[in-house]
Design a binder for this molecule. Structure first.
Ligand code: PLP
Length: 450
């Protein structure tokens, strides 16, 4: 009725007038008045329902309004909302233990933060203090967060307007078989050449100046770039040779996204530090952190760690984290992710690639997939130019709009469409979302000129 329409206008007006939004111009950007969500769906004030194929920002691994998480937060709120980090509190210790028990190798302590960027900042600080060195090597085509250090470490255009950033950051090329910076012709060659490239960067920067090599175990927003077999083991070897710490950013790839507790488990490699956030509790209350190896923690055995946060290990966030890990276990979420990935998403996207010439590459694992869209399979010219905006970005905007018209909210970045739904998505929902992607690819095909 009229009251509802007015309500929608009011929500959008307050937002437009007073909410200062990140990564956006402040006037004229359209938005949606979201009023509810459940499971893999969310809906706006006007009753438009969307299947959340983006898990919001690839963080709601257990979906929206999961009753177990809501109950855990309610219960904790009734008992103890907040207590400062210097005190011991049951849920914080319990969650730290649960994470340590699932982390690889000797990673068995957790420093809690409010999100991913802070986790990266603290991982880097720990690495610098542990090694007594200052440089950090990170990848082009990466995203590590939007605080000063994390954004300097980021290897994508979001860094540019925020430069010069922090000192001591050097970027290198990670493997990307589809657009190989090393002119490799297969994955094995890509892996070898990427490692040789890093060896050379370390040599030229001076091994004794490098505190850490920081990588996204699986590159997220910059394209779901999976490390070829042997790449992470090679990084481990190079780091060990020079006393450099290996830091894995699993803010997006961790906690089930690729069907493992930690993405490194898929390649059997143990880093020195793992940054996490997002999927640890699906963001019901902000939470992130660093899993710390015994060796690194030992540096601070009798020397204070110079850093902390008022909300480190916030009880409401930790209660949601404990409940989340319990749900993963009881509902077999990791198995479900592996099965949905290999039995539903992989064959479905590969079939789409057969039908749609605009699909240049399909890659992924678990429930973390990307379609790379091109105008020409021969030249691999992307459907929209690198970092395009405005009219140049319109083809991808139209692909996204076509998904939304089918009731599916997609994750779109540059010339890619990512399939990153909540991990609890049912097979029928997943097939429905993939069918919408199939329809949207007709739009991409209309620009094909190969
Ligand atoms: N690292 C990776 C790999 C991410 O994908 C993100 C967020 O998208 C971050 C770090 C930053 O996390 P946050 O936005 O919670 O600070």
């Amino acid at each position: 009725g009229d009251a509802e329409v007015a309500g929608s206008e009011r929500i959008l007006a307050d937002d437009q007038e007073h909410v200062f939004r990140g990564w956006a111009r402040q006037v004229g950007a359209s938005s949606l008045a979201v009023v509810g969500a459940e499971g893999c769906w969310f809906w706006d004030h006007d009753g438009n329902r969307y299947l959340d194929f983006a898990s919001q920002q690839v963080n709601m691994n257990l979906g929206h309004q999961h009753p177990r998480l809501v109950a855990a937060i309610r219960e904790q709120a009734g008992r103890l909302c907040m207590v400062a980090p210097q005190f011991a509190v049951d849920v914080r210790g319990e969650l730290a233990r649960m994470i340590a028990e699932r982390a690889p190798g000797d990673l068995d302590k957790v420093f809690f933060t409010n999100g991913g960027a802070e986790a990266v900042e603290h991982a880097v600080r720990m690495a610098r203090l542990h090694t007594g060195r200052h440089k950090v090597l990170s990848c082009y085509r990466s995203y590590h967060g939007a605080t000063a250090g994390a954004l300097t470490l980021t290897g994508d255009p979001r860094r540019w307007p925020n430069e010069p950033g922090i000192p001591g950051v050097v970027h290198f090329f990670g493997p990307y078989p589809y657009r190989s910076p090393f002119h490799a012709t297969d994955e094995r060659q890509e892996c070898e050449r990427a490692l040789a490239h890093l060896v050379e960067v370390v040599q030229l920067e001076g091994p004794g100046t490098v505190a850490a090599v920081l990588v996204e175990t699986v590159v997220g927003t910059n394209g779901v770039l999976l490390p070829p077999d042997g790449y992470l083991a090679g990084l481990r070897e190079i780091c060990d040779q020079h006393g450099i710490l290996l830091v894995c950013d699993e803010v997006m790839a961790g906690f089930g996204r690729v069907g493992e507790w930690f993405a490194v488990d898929a390649w059997g490699v143990t880093p020195d530090l793992i940054a996490f956030a997002k999927g640890v509790n699906s963001g019901y209350v902000p939470l992130g952190g660093v899993v710390v190896s015994r060796r690194v923690a030992g540096t601070f055995a009798d020397r204070a760690y110079p850093g902390g946060l008022t909300y480190s290990g916030h009880p409401l966030a930790c209660a949601a984290g404990v409940a989340s890990i319990e749900v993963f276990e009881e509902d077999g979420v990791l198995d479900h992710v592996r099965r949905m990935g290999s039995e539903v998403v992989a064959p479905s996207l590969r079939a789409m690639a057969d039908r749609h010439p605009s699909v240049g590459d399909v890659r992924g694992r678990g429930l973390m997939w990307a379609l790379e869209l091109v105008r020409d399979r021969g030249t691999r010219e992307p459907l929209v130019p690198f970092n395009a905006s405005g009219p140049a970005a319109e083809p991808m905007a139209r692909v996204a709009a076509a998904c939304r018209a089918e009731g599916v909210w997609p994750f779109v970045h540059m010339n890619r469409l990512h399939v990153v739904p909540p991990l609890v998505i049912r097979e029928a929902e997943l097939r429905r979302g993939l069918a919408a992607v199939d329809v949207a690819l007709d739009v991409a095909d209309s620009y094909y000129s190969g």
